[in-house]
Each structure stands twice: as structure tokens, then as C-alpha cells.
Design a binder for this molecule. Structure first.
Ligand code: NI
Length: 255
């Protein structure tokens, strides 16, 4: 069984004391990690770390929380970092109307600009959508123009919206939230989704799966996400993990 954590934040300060060991716990067995940036400065960090760590890939982008750090030079800076051989996606990008840490009109503008960049350079996108379902979909439709592969990370929408994203060619990714007892809707989607469009992730250091809920999360815990989805689908952890691994390789071109 090979694990692919398609959404991690290894540069978070909570990994400052043991980042190498944390990464090694998944990569030592042939596992892969997609280390996602949240800002231009973060994008420089993830690309540098990925370059020197086997099994670690990265996504460069500005998170909706950090949309107000966007400047006229941001796209060019991301374009340069995206040329690095281990930068395989534009992310984490999207909209977050739960926290509203950046003004919504700025979030929308920055999201659209990064989708346009992804289309221009031919990289898939890693999308964050929290309580902004309609605007997220509208912007993806407008900017993607049907030619933008990507993943809806830590999916929190309905089955109907999952189907719309499948039709757009997107993958759907599940995090530790699928293990939470109150995640009925997410669990239902995880049980019905075509296996060839499903990804797994941790979003670490956040969202640790049960039984580590509330503690620091890490990429190797993605196994627990696969385990839960396997239970929901009546199959083996290995079958889910291997399918999700191949899906991640196909979407991102990781080897
Ligand atoms: Ni994230």
C-alpha cells in the first residue's frame, strides 16, 4: 500500500522542531506528499523543501485568507516558482466566507487571477471552498473554461455539487473530517464517489482524523482517512489508498 497525502502544510510552524521526521514517516515507504503554500513567501518555502526531499511535491499559490497580500508582482512570482520541477499545482487557492479574513471582492479577484495562471501554464489547481460554494463554482466555470483540471480539497459540498465538479473533470478530496461522527453528508459522498476520482489528504497540521482529533495532524495519518473511506465503501484500506495514490499521480503528474 502506498499513501499519497495530496494536501499538507509541512511548512507550518508546528512542524519546526521535527519537519524532516514528519515527512519521512510517509515517504520512507514510498508515500508522497503535496505540500501546499498559502502565500508567495510560503510558495518559496514549499518549493525549496520539495527540491531537497524525495517524495515531497508542492503547490504554489495564495490562500483566500492571505488574498489581501496579493500585489501586482504576485502572479509573476508564482509563475517563476511554478517552473520548479517539483511544483505540480497551483494551490491552495479559493474562497473562504467562513472566516472572511480577506475582503470577499479581493478573494474573488485573487482566485480568478490564479486560475488564469494555472490555465496559462497548464498546472492543475487545488481549491479551497468554505461556505462560498456558488461563487467558487461560478469563478471556476468562468476562468477554467472547461480546460482546467483540479481538486476540491477537504470537500464540504453536497452530492449535487460533487456531481457538477465531476462533470467539470475535477477530483474530490477527503480529509480527516470524514472520520468525525458529525460528518454524515461527507461520509455519504465518500461512499458514492467513483473510485477513480477520489483523493485523500490530511490538511495537516489541522483536521487530525479520529482518534487524534484535536491533536497535531501529519501526512502519515492519511492512512486513517483511507481506512474510514474503506469502511464506508465496504472495501479494503489498501484498495482505497492505492486508487487514491494512482488518482493523485494522474492528476498531478507525480511519480
Ligand atoms: Ni489547506
Amino acid at each position: 500500500m502506498r499513501l499519497f497525502d495530496t494536501h499538507a502544510h509541512l511548512q507550518d510552524t508546528r512542524f519546526d522542531d521535527d519537519r524532516e521526521a514528519v515527512a519521512a514517516r510517509i515517504t520512507k515507504d514510498g508515500g508522497l506528499v503535496m505540500d501546499c503554500a498559502c502565500s508567495v513567501a510560503g510558495a518559496a518555502q514549499v518549493t525549496a523543501f520539495a527540491e531537497s526531499h524525495e517524495g515531497v511535491y508542492c503547490a504554489v499559490g495564495i490562500h483566500p485568507h492571505d488574498a489581501d497580500t496579493f500585489t501586482s508582482g504576485s502572479i509573476q512570482a508564482l509563475r517563476e516558482l511554478a517552473k520548479k520541477p517539483k511544483a505540480l499545482a497551483i494551490g491552495e487557492i479559493g474562497l473562504d466566507y467562513h472566516y472572511d479574513l480577506s475582503p470577499r471582492d479581493v478573494q474573488k479577484e485573487v482566485f480568478a487571477a490564479q486560475l488564469a495562471l494555472a490555465r496559462e501554464i497548464g498546472l492543475p489547481v487545488i481549491v479551497h471552498d468554505r461556505e462560498a460554494h456558488q461563487d467558487t463554482l461560478d469563478i471556476i466555470r468562468a476562468e477554467g473554461r472547461g480546460r482546467l483540471p483540479g481538486v476540491m480539497h477537504c470537500f464540504s459540498g453536497s452530492w449535487e455539487s460533487a456531481k457538477i465538479y465531476l462533470d467539470l473533470g475535477f477530483y474530490i478530496s477527503f480529509s480527516g473530517t470524514v472520520t468525525f461522527s458529525n460528518a454524515r453528508k461527507t461520509a455519504e459522498i465518500a461512499s458514492r464517489l467513483p473510485l477513480d476520482r477520489l483523493l485523500i489528504e490530511t490538511d495537516c497540521p489541522y483536521l487530525a482524523p479520529v482518534p487524534f482529533r484535536g491533536k497535531r495532524n501529519e501526512p502519515s495519518f492519511v492512512r486513517l482517512v483511507a481506512e474510514k473511506i474503506a469502511t464506508l465503501r465496504g472495501t479494503t484500506t489498501e484498495a482505497v489508498a492505492n486508487a487514491a495514490f494512482e488518482n493523485g499521480q494522474r492528476l498531478f503528474g507525480a511519480s
